[in-house]
Write a protein that binds this ligand. Structure first.
Ligand code: SF4
Length: 358
């Protein structure tokens, strides 16, 4: 069983330490979608001792983007002369009546890109078309998008814009921990996001909620060590913010990346699937860059819609429900025919359960 790991002896050692400090029952949550995939891919849940539950949280940007934003992307992509550029995972997420993939199959110009700079290159290549980048992501991807906006302004591009659906993590964690149906004893905080924002934005977690927060890397031993540190805090009743991922995450984050974000974006309220509307958890273009706002340019006014019938992605994203408890899981909902985004995204909890956890 342990042969799959690069350092099986260290994995065994960490598991015995976890067992030694565990005071059951304990429930921890990994916030980040990349953590969720690593936990499932390496079968870590099966290795953990009884009495320790690991939940998955709202850390997949595709999954937390609500239907009405996807509908806005569809509405923009349907307009004549528009090329909508998007990361691949957004393509198959169903909107109210279809997905971007279905729209593309019907002849719309929807292009999959791997970097926002590719969207900028498309705008330069097709000056007669309007190129709209569907900008989804957390703090990890925002600096690159901010740099792209600066570049577009420098080049004087008037056929490039953003459909901004960025989200920031700390405010969502506050909302999640305030939720009465969520009981968590510690959080494994996202390594990628924290490489940008640092560890300080999590300090409210022990102070306001009395639980620990450990910024954790993505190797199996990182995750096991993060779990061990949280359990140690739980046992000592001394919740605090710790940094397991010091090799990439400085306490103050990445000042250059933060500077880029602040130069182009300002905080705003944002709608999250599963968490609702949360003040200060989104990012909008600052006044001087609003010419790049696709909603303004195309006069699209998205309206909030209720969650799709039967889909329990919202409950899954809050850790209030495990994917197999959704009546649609592996019946009408599968990666081939996804009903909700948690089954589409490679970082989605339902997809991870379906692929590795059954
Ligand atoms: Fe949503 Fe499908 Fe997961 Fe159910 S199984 S919560 S419908 S993605």
């Amino acid at each position: 069983m342990y042969r799959e790991f690069r350092d099986p002896a260290m994995v065994k050692r960490l598991l015995s330490r976890i067992e030694a400090v565990l005071e059951p029952p304990v429930t921890l949550m990994e916030v980040c979608g990349t953590h969720t995939v690593a936990v499932f891919r390496y079968g870590l849940r099966r290795l953990l001792p009884e009495g320790l539950e690991l939940l998955s949280g709202p850390g997949c940007p595709v999954c937390v983007t609500p239907d009405f934003i996807i509908d806005a992307a569809l509405e923009i992509a349907r307009q004549p002369g528009v090329v909508l550029a998007t990361f691949g995972d957004m393509l198959r997420v169903p909107g109210s009546d279809q997905s971007l993939e279905e729209l593309k199959a019907g002849g719309a110009q929807v292009k999959v890109i791997y970097s926002p700079l590719e969207a900028l290159a498309l705008a330069e290549e097709y000056p007669q078309r309007q190129v709209v980048f569907f900008a989804v992501g957390f703090e990890t991807t925002v600096p690159m998008i901010a740099a792209t906006v600066l570049k577009a302004k420098e080049k004087g591009l008037t056929n490039f814009s953003l459909l901004c659906a960025h989200k920031t993590i700390p405010g969502a964690l506050r909302s999640l921990l305030s939720s009465p149906d969520v009981n968590i004893d510690g959080l494994l905080c996202p390594g990628h996001v924290s490489a940008v924002i640092g560890t300080r934005p999590y300090e409210f977690i022990p102070r306001e909620f009395g639980i620990g927060a450990v910024v954790t890397g993505f190797e199996p031993v990182d995750l096991l060590q993060g779990i061990y540190l949280l359990l140690q805090q739980h046992r000592e009743k001394a919740p605090r913010v710790e940094n397991q991922y010091r090799r990439w995450v400085p306490a103050a984050g990445n000042p250059e990346a933060l500077k880029l974000i602040r130069a182009v974006f300002a905080p705003c309220g944002s709608h999250w699937r599963g968490l609702g509307y949360l003040e200060g958890t989104g990012l909008e273009l600052k006044e001087e860059y609003q010419a790049f706002d696709a909603l303004r340019r195309f006069q699209v006014f998205p309206t909030v819609k209720p969650a799709r019938k039967g889909c329990r992605c919202g409950d899954v994203l809050r850790g209030a429900m495990a994917p197999p408890d959704c009546p649609l899981f592996a019946t009408t909902c599968s990666p081939e025919r996804p009903v909700g985004p948690c089954m589409v995204s490679v970082e989605g909890t339902c997809r991870a359960y379906y692929t590795y956890g059954r």
